[in-house]
Write a protein that binds this ligand. Structure first.
Ligand code: NDP
Length: 370
């Protein structure tokens, strides 16, 4: 039986949708109702995620997909994953019959996200996919369609959507504490190694905007609660050292929001650029530095409480949380959605919006991506 998304929401309200979604396997739950994750691609971010899952009350690692069997066996032993639940990229689809695997975590280079999300959905697995969701808008749309058709949940791993300090920053603006926001400024970047897949456009999709600039684009959207409508942008490459033969080194952009808020952002693969955002509003300002890291973020703000002039409020708050707690929270959220048939806060549609804005920014800069 095929149902549209609208019909499906209606069924949800009637308590019937649950019956149509893949049931979390009894094996994975074993009385504890834990969602079993198969991690696809065992690199840096997968390590953070797997450590994070260890702190989760409703998630566990139950499968691995890797091009390196030795590494996968070592990690499997660490997380108690049976050897029979280790797959290669070629034979991964066999996990369709593995009742211990309810969901996948796609932690591959950007251009592989679409293929592995779609294959996982077709195998009946819920999908938590790393950002950027894909390398083109059309891929992102195909991922959403595949998950919808397979009736599995799709979440994009925007871990900061669940971070208390970011949520506090959003609330300060939403509650009007800062007054009317006028401009936002943000940046994020690093000096990329010449051997990184990130400098290979076929794997990365494009430059630092896909990888780290996306944090700034996304933050400006959740801080304002608006969607940008106009874009200007410019790119440049300073280092002629062979690293930037397929992509730009630097990109700066402006986004105009419907309220008139102007957000400017920059990202780079040529300099250490600690991530931050600064918000300037009618009653004061707010900034977060180390805004996009795994821990150690600081929120500072200074604004007038009532009439201009008095009383004066100051916020100077450092997060005391340590890596990998952001990943624990991310896994908790997605597993909760899988167990309760809820659409994740950072859904596929949310990832798609950023893909559209990335394409707009590159188009404004006169650089064709994808
Ligand atoms: P890594 O290079 O550290 O890991 C990627 C893994 O993908 C590799 O270890 C490898 O696993 C697998 N892989 C398969 N094919 C290839 C290939 N052709 N080239 C390279 N690796 C391949 O990357 P990251 O973990 O840093 O990034 C992975 C994804 O996570 C990216 O989309 C990135 O944007 C995102 N990311 C998200 C972050 C966040 O905070 N949310 C932070 C960092 C990255 P194996 O050896 O097991 O086959």
């Amino acid at each position: 039986m095929r149902v549209t998304r609208r019909e499906f929401s209606k069924l949800g309200a009637m308590g019937l949708a649950a019956r149509m979604l893949p049931v979390v396997s009894a094996g994975a739950q074993s009385g504890e109702r834990k969602v079993g994750y198969c991690v696809i691609g065992l690199g840096t971010i997968a390590d953070h995620f797997m450590r994070g899952v260890q702190g989760s009350s409703n998630s566990k690692i139950t499968g691995l997909v890797s091009g390196h069997r030795d590494k996968a066996e070592r990690i499997a032993a660490q997380y108690g994953v049976p050897k029979s639940s280790i797959y290669s990229y070629e034979d991964m689809d066999k996990f369709r019959d593995n009742k211990m695997i309810d969901a996948v975590y796609v932690a591959l280079p950007n251009s592989m996200h679409a293929e592995y999300t779609i294959r996982s959905a077709k195998a009946g697995k819920h999908v938590l996919c790393e950002k950027p969701m894909s390398t083109t808008v059309s891929e992102a749309e195909a991922m959403i369609a595949a998950c919808r058709d397979a009736k599995v949940q799709l979440m994009i791993a925007y871990r900061l959507h669940y971070d208390p300090l970011h949520l506090k920053a959003v609330k300060l603006i939403k509650d009007g504490a800062l007054g009317k926001v006028q401009t936002i400024n943000g940046a994020f970047g690093f000096d990329a190694s010449p051997t990184a897949w990130r400098l290979n456009k076929a794997l990365a999709g494009g430059g630092s905007l896909f990888d780290v600039g996306i944090y700034v684009v996304n933050a400006c959207r959740y801080l304002t609660g608006e969607e940008p409508v106009k874009f200007t942008a410019v790119t440049s490459t300073i280092d002629q050292d062979g690293r930037f033969s397929t992509m730009e080194e630097n990109v700066s952009w402006t986004m105009k929001f419907p309220s008139g808020v102007l957000a400017t952002g920059s990202s780079t693969y040529g300099a250490q650029m600690p991530g931050y955002f600064k918000v300037f509003a009618s009653k004061g300002w707010m900034e977060m530095s180390s805004a996009y890291g795994y821990d150690g973020a600081k929120l500072r703000a200074s604004f007038w409480g009532g009439e201009k002039g008095s009383p004066h409020m100051e916020i100077d708050e450092a997060s005391t949380e340590k890596d990998p707690v952001q990943f624990t929270r991310e896994a908790d959220h997605f597993s909760g959605c899988v167990l309760n048939n809820k659409v994740p806060k950072s859904s596929g549609e949310e990832g798609l919006r950023d893909m559209k804005y990335i394409e707009e920014i590159y188009a404004a800069a006169g650089t064709v991506q994808g």
